[in-house]
Design a protein around this ligand. Structure first.
Ligand SMILES: Nc1ncnc2c1ncn2[C@@H]1O[C@H](COP(=O)(O)OP(=O)(O)OP(=O)(O)O)[C@@H](O)[C@H]1O
Ligand SMILES: [Mg+2]
Length: 412
């Protein structure tokens, strides 16, 4: 799996020390990018010695980016002092005047995150910064895939469940399927789970506890699929907010390559954060006008949220096709109405779904359920490419040598 940087980046502080006008302009443009909306960027004039002086009595930021005019011994000699004033969580990137492989190697070996040569384009700097901040979360190669309904009752939970099986059993990645809905959540019912923990307690465990304690939140469903379901939360109480949703997702992504969230009945704020942090979004709609109208608005909002241009990572699932043929928008017109082509069309099948509700079988244990799962396979391909052709052990080496843990800038 490769790293994906097209997500809203975690809240953090970045300081630049620059000497060149073009670098200063590039740094000041960063905050205009949607991924930076929670990042504070301070741009100061200076180089390594100014930075050393500055942090004598001030805390260093999450990421420190320093432009240097010199790369000779006088530069490397100062790095000990810089490390001495930087806090343990600070990552350091240098922007230098020329390409110098031995220097690059030396810096990386010291624990510097990167050395880049100017002029550097804003887009390239964004990618480098995003890589660094995502690496810090420890979730760099995981994928977060929320499933959002255009309205209530369109089959969001059913599709989220199938997405869990698709990722775990077909793509064969360790997957967590989480419910964003507290007491309203449906996953515990469909999986016959009797959770001991309320959502509010689950969030506490995810943020403050050991891996073993986090594992206790998760119920194994198949070899690679685990479900996080909560119960007992008051239905009229407050469900998970955006901060809590993000804390859980971050925690699960550290040890699971795929996290899927069922957003039906989640709070709007939690939906917002989930959509902004998503690597890929599954939008579920019916072919009826109200649902399609909402879909169009949601697609527009997702586009705006993600910078307003370019393609958005959304797969559209049209569910319950054929429920009321005369009242439905024909499939061929949906693409025109919404501006995106449906990835999967799922027929209305009350017999199948009623038998699921009656508890006879799980969706995935039925022939028609497997057919639906197959029809969702293009979503897996949109996320992983042609994963069926790929050796499962050919995960990319991630950040390679760029994030050496030893050295000056990563003190215990
Ligand atoms: N393709 C289908 N054909 C027939 N029934 C379906 C289909 N998909 C879902 N259902 C049924 O529709 C109902 C709603 O499905 P589901 O609970 O998955 O939707 P939801 O969008 O998560 O709803 P909520 O807004 O209540 O969370 C369920 O009873 C489910 O069994
Ligand atoms: Mg639901």
């Amino acid at each position: 799996m490769s790293k994906q940087t097209g997500i809203l980046l975690p809240r953090s502080a970045i300081h630049f020390f620059v000497s060149d006008k073009a670098t200063e302009k590039m740094a000041s443009e960063l905050e205009l990018d949607w991924r930076f909306s929670r990042i504070g960027v301070d741009v100061m004039e200076g180089n390594v010695s100014e930075a050393i002086a500055f942090y004598q009595d001030k805390p260093s930021p999450d990421l420190l980016i320093i432009e240097t005019e010199t790369i000779d011994k006088s530069f490397t000699d100062m790095l000990d002092d810089l490390a001495g004033v930087c806090m343990a969580h600070t990552s350091v990137i240098f922007i230098g005047p020329v390409n110098d492989i031995p220097l690059y190697r030396k810096l990386i070996d010291m624990g510097v995150t990167d050395y880049v040569v100017r002029p550097i384009k804003t887009e390239d700097m964004i990618t480098i910064i995003a890589n660094t901040l995502i690496d810090k979360l420890g979730t760099s190669e995981s994928r977060f895939i929320p499933v959002l309904g255009a309205k209530g009752g369109v089959g969001t939970s059913a599709i989220a469940e199938l997405m869990g099986f698709l990722m775990a059993d077909k793509v064969k990645e360790k997957t967590v399927l989480m419910d964003g809905a507290g007491g309203w959540g449906a996953l515990r019912i469909s999986f016959g789970i009797n959770p001991v923990m309320q959502q509010v307690e689950a969030v506490g465990v995810a943020t403050n506890s050991t891996q073993e304690e986090v594992e206790q939140l998760l119920y194994p469903v198949s070899e690679r699929l685990k479900v996080m379901a909560c119960g007992g939360d008051p239905l009229l109480g407050v469900t998970m907010n955006g901060v809590e949703m993000e804390a859980l997702v971050n925690r699960f992504m550290r040890t699971n390559p795929v996290v899927i969230a069922d957003l039906s009945n989640a709070q709007s704020e939690a939906k917002y954060i989930a959509i902004a942090r998503a690597h890929h979004i599954v939008l579920v709609t019916t072919p009826f006008v109200t649902s399609l109208r909402n879909s169009r608005r949601i697609i527009k909002e997702i586009t705006d949220l993600r910078g307003g241009s370019g393609s958005i990572p959304v797969s559209l699932v049209v569910n319950m096709q054929g429920a009321a043929p005369g009242a439905e928008v024909p499939v061929k017109d949906i693409e025109e109405t919404l501006g995106i082509k449906p990835t999967a069309i799922i027929p209305f099948n009350p017999k199948l779904f009623n038998s699921i509700i009656a508890g006879d079988k799980k969706l995935i244990q039925t022939k028609d359920g497997v057919k639906i799962l197959e029809s969702l396979n293009p979503i897996a391909k949109a996320i992983w490419g042609d994963y069926e052709q790929r050796g499962k052990n050919s995960k990319s080496a991630g950040s390679g040598g760029l994030n050496s843990l030893k050295g000056l800038f990563k003190k215990p």
